[in-house]
Design a protein around this ligand. Structure first.
Ligand SMILES: NC(=O)c1ccc[n+]([C@@H]2O[C@H](COP(=O)([O-])OP(=O)(O)OC[C@H]3O[C@@H](n4cnc5c(N)ncnc54)[C@H](O)[C@@H]3O)[C@@H](O)[C@H]2O)c1
Length: 253
């Protein structure tokens, strides 16, 4: 199996951290980046302590210059995983405007900043894989999450455009769209919704979160990692500009 150098954003926690561990365990070199410098360093240290290859870097994806600096410091990047993200739940009229803009800056403009930094090198080497971590909310909406959903829908447009712009070389750009994964981001939502609706956390999970999902089970990071692994291969060279859902059947309804 060909090993790659993979840069993952927002990798100090949740999906990015576990994806870093899983991909490093397969022999890949992982550049673990996060706006939370200590978290990125800690995840990278845990990977190297396990005998695998990783480097931790501070990186705020909202800053184009920081994206360029991190890519230069990393060495040639074969695979970029745009994973940094955050949530804010409020109806639009009560959604602070600066918070709304910030969510879009991280999850949409941040992905463009990162792609701009890695694409020249990928094009020069005639190989690249850009894997965006979208969401079921790249495909469907739910109330009170307008910034998140606008950013995640926008990510599909960015992804398709970059796929077309780089169709002449062995670069693919795809978006993985999972439903809920139990990470700190989701644990916070379970707590908030339990409080808001006066329900137990178990009822929030079964009656709200997993209700629209025929499979009735959280997605695991292993499932996302397995799809990312496939997208990294030569065999996936014609899979590009796609939104690939891991949604337990949600969008079939
Ligand atoms: N957890 C889920 O159910 C779920 C489902 C679908 C998609 N996603 C997506 O997966 C991604 C990871 O989410 P998670 O659940 O692991 O969340 P998480 O909160 O555990 O991790 C997100 C990480 O992003 C980092 N981050 C935030 N702003 C940043 C910035 N400006 N620059 C760099 N890093 C920044 C945070 O510091 C944090 O370490 C997000 O894009 C999220 O939208 C999550």
């Amino acid at each position: 199996m060909t090993t790659r150098r993979i840069l993952i954003t927002g990798a100090g926690s949740g999906i990015g951290a576990e994806l870093s561990r899983l991909r490093a365990a397969q022999g890949n070199e992982v550049v673990v980046t996060d706006v939370d410098d200590a978290a990125a360093t800690q995840v990278a240290a845990s990977i190297t302590a396990a005998g695998h290859r990783a480097k931790g870097l501070a990186l705020d994806v909202t800053r184009p210059a920081a994206a360029e600096t991190a890519v230069r410091a990393s060495g040639p990047i074969d695979v970029l995983v745009n994973n940094a993200g955050l949530q804010h739940v409020a109806r639009l009229e009560e959604f602070p405007a600066d918070r709304w803009a910030f969510l879009v800056a991280v999850m949409l403009t941040g992905a463009a900043n990162m792609a701009r930094a890695v694409l020249p090198g990928m094009r020069a080497r005639n190989f690249g894989r850009i894997i965006n971590i979208g969401s079921i909310h790249s495909l469907v909406a739910s109330p009170y999450k307008s910034a998140y959903i606008a950013a995640k829908h926008g990510l599909l447009g960015l992804s398709k455009t970059l796929a077309l712009e780089n169709g002449d070389v062995d670069i693919t750009v795809n978006t993985i769209c999972p439903v809920y994964v139990r990470t700190p981001l989701v644990e916070k939502q379970i707590e908030a919704q339990a409080h808001e609706h006066g329900l137990t956390p178990e009822r929030v999970i079964s009656e709200i979160m997993l209700k629209p999902m025929p499979k009735k089970a959280f997605v695991t990071i292993e499932e996302i990692a397995a799809l990312a692994q496939y997208l990294m291969t030569d065999a996936a060279r014609n899979v590009t500009a796609q939104a690939i859902a891991i949604d337990g059947g949600w969008t079939a309804q």
